[in-house]
Design a protein around this ligand. Structure first.
Ligand SMILES: [Zn+2]
Length: 87
């Protein structure tokens, strides 16, 4: 149920050659922090890497609904910001 907060989006086109066809390559699991009923929980996110069929460039999918640097959902980042402001 928490998984619905975070979605992965495959690349639309290659930034190097503009090609729009990709082969799926390796997978990895990442853990993101999310907010659930006022508690921080870990959510498993399945990431997938794609290889451009035109130039061979590899690209990870994009994470939607979460910050891929902080590994937190947008909702949690916002909640933390609001919590900090209260002090
Ligand atoms: Zn390419």
């Amino acid at each position: 149920m928490h998984n619905s907060l975070i979605q992965t989006v495959p690349p639309h086109h290659c930034e190097t050659c503009g090609n729009q066809k990709f082969h799926k390559t390796e997978k990895k699991i990442q853990y993101y922090q999310a907010l659930s009923d006022g508690e921080v929980v870990f959510v498993e996110v399945k990431r997938r890497r794609y290889r451009c069929t035109g130039c061979g460039n590899k690209k990870w999918d994009q994470v939607s609904g979460a910050c891929s640097y902080k590994k937190k959902t947008d909702g949690l980042v916002l909640w933390e910001k609001n919590t900090r402001n209260r002090h």
